[in-house]
Ligand binder design. Sequence first.
Ligand code: FAD
Length: 419
Amino acid sequence: MPTNWAGNVVFAADRIARPATVAELQETVAAADRVRAFGTGHSFNDIADTTGTMVSVAGLPGDVRVAPDRRTASVPAGVPFARVARALHAEGLALSNLGSLPHISVAGAVATGTHGSGDRNRVLSAQVSAIEYVRADGALATVGRGDDAFGGSVVALGALGVATRLELDVRDAFDMRQDLFLDAAWDPVLDAFDAVTSGAYSASLFIQDWASSAIDQILWKSVVEDPDAVPALPPGVDAGRSLARAVSPVAGASDDTVTTQGGSIGPWLERLPHFRHDAEPSNAGDELQSEYFIDRALAPRVLESLRREAAAVNPALLVSEIRTMAADDLWLSGAYRRDTVGVHFTWKPDPAAVAPALAAVERVLADADARPHWGKLVGPAFTDRLPRFPRGRAFRELAEYADPGGKFRNAFLDRVLGA
Ligand SMILES: Cc1cc2nc3c(=O)[nH]c(=O)nc-3n(C[C@H](O)[C@H](O)[C@H](O)COP(=O)(O)OP(=O)(O)OC[C@H]3O[C@@H](n4cnc5c(N)ncnc54)[C@H](O)[C@@H]3O)c2cc1C
């Protein structure tokens, strides 16, 4: 059977369906006892798995269609963000944000609350203004912003139906630059945390060694208004400026997979993602990932506490990344109703080494009212996941209403929603 991208989940599906039309998809869903959509398989847990039919919508016909007012675009659910980005850019338009990886499918990313960074940028799912779903009975239905259940219908874990098209907010295309700062001492960064993360349109802090007195990389992605302006870290935060074309956040990994840095100006779609759309991303699949979302007001204290767990975390770690998100209204979003900091861990592909590291991390994060990323690994303290989200119970009711026979259920959803 096929596996997810990281190879740590072997899918248990007895059949994979790749419908070529929406009508065929509707028949497949209506006829199935158990059915589950999958995107590009970039999640690190069994969220996309099923013992029944796995269905891919990547082969459905349809293109990116820009609305006459040029404020939204309707996009096919199964295509990668890279394809949507190219089509929008050709029309002089843009998405306001992207995740680190442009290879992931739009529907898969939206279903798990995938995010990029930026104090004023919301998670990618919050760019959705409407979704068309094939429901459990095979009927086609659209839910849009303003509808009663919209807040629960976007980050929906594949539990409400199979998405065929999504309508996304768009804006005019823009130019960006990436500036990479090296070895900034921790204490001044924590003292000026808000200024460091708000100093650019999107900011990421990369940590390869939690015991170090310095943060290995600070990556700023800035919207270019004045081509001669050179972004600079806030006063008191000292760091080297990298002039290299690109430096991977993972020590020792190829720099060729990384989008252009060094202050070079380019279009939004070639700067917002960390990884190039035309290269095998990140550590080429030899990794696992976990991520937790905390109230941004707690970030300096939580990061200090995590530094004290360095001895447990470092042996399993490839790299950590700290990003920010603006609050939104999506029930299962990591940033639901609070401005948020995401604390991410890319682990070595060694579950035995990851387990004690996760336990150490979760000791800190459980006390910080953290929410886990839906598409990544958790340890025992976060296995139930749903109670961490204030509207979790409302989502469970919505899922039961939308799918009374449990057609879209799988082991992951049984753990989260209750069998
Ligand atoms: C190298 C790497 C980098 C990453 N970077 C980021 C990042 O920057 N930010 C971040 O937040 N996450 C990141 N992730 C995690 C990733 O964005 C999520 O796991 C995302 O869900 C993957 O999308 P996918 O298309 O592979 O979905 P899949 O893993 O295939 O599916 C995920 C979920 O989406 C549902 N789904 C898929 N298609 C449909 C559909 N048509 N209708 C209804 N439900 C559907 C599935 O049922 C499942 O529940 C990264 C992952 C990797 C491997």
